[in-house]
Design a protein around this ligand. Structure first.
Ligand SMILES: Cc1cc2nc3c(=O)[nH]c(=O)nc-3n(C[C@H](O)[C@H](O)[C@H](O)COP(=O)(O)OP(=O)(O)OC[C@H]3O[C@@H](n4cnc5c(N)ncnc54)[C@H](O)[C@@H]3O)c2cc1C
Length: 453
């Protein structure tokens, strides 16, 4: 019986791909004319702009997917030791990358260093209630580490607010290290790095010569006619047994409505869409609409390298809120990967908005460019405006794993389990990173392919 996947971002595409590889008949419905969701790469005047994610962390499942799709020749891996910076009092300060460099770093004071050193020797127990990342870091290490490093990192990953994000949902391994070992540092040393299959190097920031869109474009290409673009799922009905499918997906293409029958349905669309499709059949799933999404604007500029104070070498920088800048962080694209900017130019991509400054994510183009460019002038000493510009606004960019998230997802999953044949996957469930989306999509594909009772 045909499995219908709703949503053609990386979650839906990789789920459909896995289903196809398992021999299932699969049909993917994507509302837009272009598949890929928030993964979008645009080459303009020789510069390669990433409208969404700038790179991804290579996981075992992603490495396998890249090999299956025969994309090895286009694959790019950034230098793992590329320095990262944080802005403190207007200046770039290197983020220590290892435990030893932490101790010698001027980024944190002696008293925070002493708390870090003492942490493995003071067993602690996490509180029974869900705890925010901010509360956790204050409890274990103090406010300085939170303000200077952790909150900016959290903004860099989730565009989120550390006071509201749940530690156990957003960073489950940190929570379980404390739970199991009474210490983060002991837990970190005891947990083995997750090995990578087929002897590939584990971890590392990666992309493709023509950007991250290569991955989703190749998936859509290989899935061929199984992907129907411009088809929006509007409603989901159960059909009485005995007829062709167990579910009917009511779709809209142009002005036309069309029912599509399905033996099983995987919803790989954002949480609010999953909520509205599922609520009539599984009322508890309506709660998925409560998951907030951070608005983010992505602003890129390709600058003449000679207009910079010095050539840039590294990943980029993050900005603590105390600096009173609107930029959350800036990625130095052309320093990370080759072929990103025209000759003698440097490509930089900044993020503004997020949960702590939502209105910035909605600024019109001109003020957005002015804001980012004047702040980059202050931080990096850039003399003139960029040669080429690009901006993309995502009103609902990244799902927030806020306090109560784990419990909400547990309840929804328990209710869904009572309706065989209905599945959810996507970036609001087990992590927003591309690798996490693919890992989950693979597992959901296996569950969906099993004949349901
Ligand atoms: C600005 C930004 C920066 C990021 N940076 C990184 C990064 O550096 N590294 C990293 O790993 N991750 C990053 N992420 C996160 C990661 O890119 C996303 O979490 C992931 O790509 C989401 O994939 P998805 O398929 O779950 O959702 P989406 O990409 O949102 O795809 C959902 C799809 O469902 C479709 N759809 C919606 N409604 C319907 C309907 N009714 N019927 C049919 N189709 C429908 C949509 O059109 C869309 O194509 C970033 C995200 C953003 C926005």
């Amino acid at each position: 019986m045909r499995i219908v996947v709703i949503g053609g971002g990386i979650s839906g595409l990789s789920c459909a791909w896995r289903l196809r590889r398992m021999g299932a008949e699969v049909l993917l419905l994507e509302a837009e004319e272009r598949a890929g969701g928030v993964i979008r790469s645009v080459r303009r005047e020789g510069a390669l702009f990433e409208a969404g994610p700038q790179s991804f962390l290579l996981t075992a499942a992603l490495a396998d997917l890249i090999a299956e799709l025969e994309l090895d020749d286009q694959f790019q891996l950034a230098d793992r030791r590329a320095p990262r910076y944080v802005v403190i009092e207007g200046q770039l300060r290197a983020v220590p990358l290892g435990p030893l460099s932490f101790l010698f770093s001027g980024l944190i004071s002696g008293s925070t260093k002493r708390r870090l050193l003492a942490e493995p020797f003071h067993r602690t127990t996490p509180p029974a209630d869900d705890e925010s990342i901010a509360a956790f870091i204050r409890r274990k290490f103090g406010v300085e580490l939170l303000d200077r490093l952790v909150a900016p990192m959290v903004a860099g990953i989730y565009a989120g607010d550390a006071e509201r994000l749940s530690l156990r949902s957003a960073f489950p391994s940190l929570h379980s290290w404390e739970e199991q070992h009474g210490s983060l540092i002991r837990g970190m040393f005891r947990s083995r790095p997750s090995g990578n299959s087929k002897g590939r190097p584990g971890g590392g920031l990666a992309s493709f010569a023509e950007g991250n869109e290569t991955l989703v474009a190749r998936l859509a290409d290989r899935l061929g006619d199984s992907v129907r673009r411009g088809v929006r799922a509007l409603a989901l009905n159960r059909v009485p047994t005995g007829s062709e499918g167990r579910f009917e997906v009511v779709c809209q293409r142009g002005g036309q409505r069309e029912p599509i029958s399905a033996g099983a349905v995987v919803i790989a669309a954002p949480a609010r869409v999953a909520a509205s499709l599922l609520a009539p059949l599984v009322p508890a799933a309506g709660d998925l609409a409560r998951i907030e999404y951070a608005p983010v604007a992505v602003v890129s500029g390709s600058y003449m390298t000679e207009h910079l104070k010095a050539p840039l070498n590294g990943f980029g920088f993050l900005v603590p809120r105390a600096e009173r800048l609107r930029i959350l962080g800036t990625v130095w694209n052309s320093s990370l990967f080759p072929g990103r900017a025209p000759e003698a130019q440097t490509l930089l991509t900044s993020f503004v908005g997020g949960m702590t400054d939502p209105s910035a994510g909605a600024m019109p183009d001109e003020p957005l460019y002015q804001t980012v460019e004047s702040e980059l002038r202050r931080v990096l000493g850039i003399l003139l405006a960029p040669r080429i510009r690009f901006a993309q606004r995502w009103p609902q960019a990244i799902p927030q794993y806020n306090l109560g998230h784990a419990e909400l997802i547990r309840r929804v999953r328990a209710s869904l389990a009572e309706t065989p044949g209905l599945h959810v996957t996507g970036n609001y469930l087990e992590g927003p990173a591309i690798g996490a989306c693919v890992d989950l999509a693979n597992r959901v594909a296996e569950a969906a392919a099993k004949p349901a009772g």
